[in-house]
Design a protein around this ligand. Structure first.
Ligand SMILES: [Zn+2]
Length: 169
């Protein structure tokens, strides 16, 4: 990539000024495609074909906003926030996603249901967050009320005993 193009890319990334101010991460340092590194600010980077990904993007499979995102249905560039929103999940612009979901809804209600379910399951980040919150809440609960734990242990032990008895019969 030429230096000028790299500068344009850096400006699009919003980190050009940063580099001038602080001077880490030499602009022309050669990186292999797919190479990942962390700069002196602790920000992860990843070298892609012709550009660099910064921060959270560097660790995900998302493509760069301004370079590669095109609706898979109408091939429109994904630039608007509402298009980005639907594109993230399904690779379609908002308009195509809306049409797609409407088609599913009217043509095949069961497929529609399965599709929504699948989308929920794919959204692992949200699920993980819920899990962490749930565990935190349980931990807090136990701190506040250790008696719960005694009951839980007693129940667990009782269950073990019952299982052993059952197996011996
Ligand atoms: Zn589209």
């Amino acid at each position: 990539m030429s230096k000028n193009l790299q500068k344009v890319q850096d400006m699009l990334d919003g980190n050009y000024k940063n580099k001038i101010q602080s001077g880490y991460e030499k602009v022309d340092k050669h990186r292999e495609v797919g190479e990942k590194w962390v700069d002196s600010d602790g920000v992860p980077w990843e070298q892609r074909e012709g550009y660099k990904l910064k921060g959270r993007l560097a660790t995900s499979n998302d493509v760069h906003d301004s370079w590669e995102k095109k609706c898979t249905s109408c091939e429109k560039l994904i630039l608007k926030p509402w298009d980005k929103d639907t594109f993230k999940g399904d690779g379609r612009c908002y308009h195509c996603q809306l049409n797609y979901e409407l088609d599913l809804k009217f043509d095949a209600p069961i497929r529609w249901f399965a599709y929504r379910r699948l989308k929920d399951l794919i959204n692992m980040e949200a699920i993980e967050k819920d899990m962490i919150q749930w565990i935190d809440e349980m931990t807090e609960q136990r701190k506040k009320n250790p008696f719960d734990e005694k009951v839980a242990n007693a129940l667990a032990n009782g269950e073990v005993e019952m299982t052993i008895k059952k197996n011996m019969q």
